[in-house]
Design a protein around this ligand. Structure first.
Ligand SMILES: Cc1ncc(COP(=O)(O)O)c(C=O)c1O
Length: 397
């Protein structure tokens, strides 16, 4: 069996790769040594590594999961009309954009699977193209999607303003591009993109722009913004219920935009059997109609971001509050010294926080070379856990 698997990988490789594919170590699996260090503190480890919600979904959403009666039959792959209409209503409320819930919007099983799958599906209808453009500091699944499709991921650097430097994209890479991924507010740094400029760039180069907006409800600098505000042609906005409604465990998201691209992906995904479970579709529709819970959650994240930023500053590690999302993107302070041969500065800062504060963060190199001197902290833990970290930082020598 193994022999056949290897042969298949070798002959099917569209980029001419001859070695069989070996999945890389999952970034969070590299954190075990730091988790062990942090766990030695009385009161235990405070886990700020993964951006997984700690706070509960609303009771109405939990009730909806149990009361849909949708367990028996197969659910709609593109999403029930209840879910799609709720998503379209939310887009209209948040961004004042009208999308046709049946023609310009469809469901996904959380957004990670969509992010990872888009390159291979786009490639099927544009076989001459083999490149995925994505920020060079980014959620790693954009590049992994390219790898899984046998494509190239090409990083787009940030300009001095922190937004994507679209002018830096090599015209040859643009010609080969299947899509451009943008992420606003961004993970890990929380920056807001110029989504109008991204949409314009995509249209003028004939490249579909996928805008991952899963943190949009947690926009701190001004109001939430979507690429859909700049027209639907050639763009697809990707939204998740995971962060907005604390529903990461239920797996629900939607994508909306250009009717041709959405229709193509929805048709293909139906053939492949991608389906959000029926009870989850019902619960997601209820969650999308609930803005009150989002307001409560915004307050929680803001309080935590401000509190931990102040505690870190007190410990000699200043960090700016992000423009959006719920991460602190912490630059290594000068006193930490330079990177050593084996450890990046971000890894050294991760170790420092585990030792001093008993907290686990995620070294910035997991988001690209450009992040190697940073540490990402996900503010998903309740205040009492953050207070424990702050107390340890004050007490440590
Ligand atoms: C930028 C970004 N996009 C997408 C996702 C995937 O979220 P989900 O699959 O839960 O919708 C995450 C999760 O952390 C993320 O940070």
């Amino acid at each position: 069996m193994a022999f056949l698997g290897v042969r298949a990988a070798m002959t099917a490789s569209p980029t001419g790769r001859t070695a069989p594919f070996v999945p890389p170590v999952y970034p969070f699996d590299k954190l075990t040594p730091f988790a062990e260090i942090a766990s030695r503190h009385a009161g235990g480890l405070v886990d700020l590594s993964i951006g997984t919600p700690f706070d509960p979904p609303s009771k109405a959403v939990i009730d909806a999961l149990a009361s849909s009666g949708a367990e028996r039959g197969y659910p709609s792959s593109a999403g029930s009309s209840e879910l799609r209409e709720a998503a379209a209503r939310w887009i209209e409320r948040r961004f004042a954009v009208a999308v046709d819930p049946l023609g310009e919007l469809a469901a996904c099983i959380g957004t990670k699977e969509l992010v990872a799958g888009v390159p291979q599906w786009l490639r099927l209808r544009a076989p001459g193209r083999d490149t995925v453009l994505c920020p060079d500091l980014a959620y790693p699944t954009y590049a992994m999607g390219a790898t899984l499709a046998g494509c190239r991921a090409v990083g787009v650097p940030a300009s001095s303003q922190g937004t994507l430097d679209l002018a830096a994209i090599d015209p040859e890479d643009a010609d080969r591009a299947l899509c451009l991924w943008v992420n606003s507010p961004g993970n890990p740094a929380g920056q807001l993109e110029d989504l109008g400029a991204c949409a314009t760039w995509g249209r003028s180069h004939g490249v579909v722009v996928f805008s991952d907006e899963c943190y949009v409800e947690f926009t701190w600098a001004g109001r939430p913004r979507s690429i859909l505000e700049h027209g639907l042609e050639g763009v697809v906005a990707v939204h998740s219920l995971s962060k907005r409604s604390n529903l990461a465990g239920a797996r629900a998201g939607v994508y909306a935009g250009d009717a041709d691209v959405v229709g193509y992906l929805a048709a293909l995904r139906r053939h492949a059997g991608f389906m959000v479970p029926g009870p989850v579709q019902h619960a997601a529709a209820v969650a999308l109609d609930d803005d009150e819970q989002v307001e409560v959650q915004r307050g929680r994240y803001l309080e935590r971001l401000e509190y931990l930023a102040a505690a870190l500053e007190g410990a000699g590690v200043p960090v700016d509050k992000p423009e959006g999302a719920f991460y602190l993107w912490v630059p290594a302070p000068e006193w930490l010294g330079g990177a050593t041969g084996t450890e990046s500065l971000g890894v050294r800062l991760t170790r420092w926080l585990a030792e001093r504060g008993g907290a686990l963060g995620s070294p910035g190199e997991a988001y690209g070379e450009a992040g190697s001197a940073h540490l990402r902290l996900a503010l998903v833990q309740p205040m009492e856990r953050l207070e424990l970290v702050a107390k340890r930082l004050v007490q440590s020598p």
